[in-house]
Design a protein around this ligand. Structure first.
Ligand code: 97T
Length: 273
């Protein structure tokens, strides 16, 4: 997969050289190109922004540097045999970035990221490139960043670990909380390793019992406990038929029961988690 990033803070993308993404690059799975947007400015002050039409606070990133930067890197990519680019635009007004979207992006051969500072990029840039390629405007969550660079790191890491040959078997992603086919979209419960006692704290007995069935049940109960506590929205959206009898018993202990129409769960009493 080829990745291009155009930014006014190329140093902010240094983490792409280390850890998992760095490993993916070293293994030849990822070909990363970081570009300084200011290379496509032609005035003394390397201006990349200007005041918004219609007034209002903040500055808007100008069309010309983005257009020239994107044209240049797209020409380079096509010349070196790459095809089918997609534009990824981090923005608080984008669609939520999810594991499902990470999987979709990981199946594309070439991603071009345009992290913006200030109040965003002149809309004509997205409109222009949307006539030539798919555009994904993505938000990584309901909070405000100073710019899109951190979002590029988030998206890149989530995508890179899905590329074939990047994760070893030991760290395989089939059990990810949000992986399709994981425990019906429950959060993972707690995990433990040696030593068996630490500062007077033991490992739950069941994990030392060797009873695989009981261990699986305990893990599932802990997953239900965590999900009801931290992400009730995930339970509320679930079809009660997605849970077996023991799940429903646990949910009831946790204070949840199916809606009368049988399609959703709701919390009926508060329970000490
Ligand atoms: O807050 C932002 C500013 C610029 C670019 C992206 C963001 C953002 O992305 N996801 C949440 C916020």
């Amino acid at each position: 997969m080829r990745l291009d990033v155009v930014t006014i803070f190329p140093e902010y993308l240094e983490p792409l050289n280390v850890s998992l993404v760095g490993k993916a690059r070293a293994r030849g799975r990822l070909d990363v190109h970081v570009h300084d947007l200011r290379e496509w400015t032609y005035d003394r002050h390397n201006t990349v922004d200007d005041t918004p039409y219609g007034g209002g606070p903040g500055m808007v990133m100008k069309t010309e540097p983005w257009g020239d930067a994107l044209d240049t890197l797209l020409a380079d990519g096509y010349e070196t045999g790459h095809t089918s680019p997609a534009l990824v635009v981090p923005t608080p007004s984008g669609r939520p970035f999810t594991q499902e979207l990470a999987v979709e992006l990981s199946e594309r051969p070439w991603l071009v990221f345009t992290p913006a500072r200030y109040e965003g990029i002149d809309r004509r840039v997205v409109d222009e490139y949307a006539t030539r390629m798919p555009v994904y405007e993505v938000s990584i969550g309901d909070y405000v960043l100073a710019g899109g660079e951190a979002a590029v790191l988030v998206v890149t890491e989530a995508v890179a670990r899905l590329l074939p040959g990047v994760l070893g078997n030991a760290e395989s992603h089939r059990d990810d909380s949000f992986a399709p086919g994981a425990m019906a979209n429950l959060l993972e419960g707690p995990v433990y390793t040696k030593p068996p006692e630490w500062r007077g704290r033991d490992i739950p007995d069941v994990l030392l019992s060797g009873h695989h069935g009981r261990i699986a049940r305990w893990r599932r109960d802990e997953a239900l406990r965590r999900t009801t506590a931290n992400r009730p929205d995930l339970i509320e959206r679930c079809d009660p038929a997605a849970f077996d009898k023991k799940d429903r018993e646990m949910l009831s202990i946790l204070g949840w029961e199916p809606e009368p129409d049988g399609r959703f769960w709701r919390r009926v009493k508060a329970v000490e988690e």
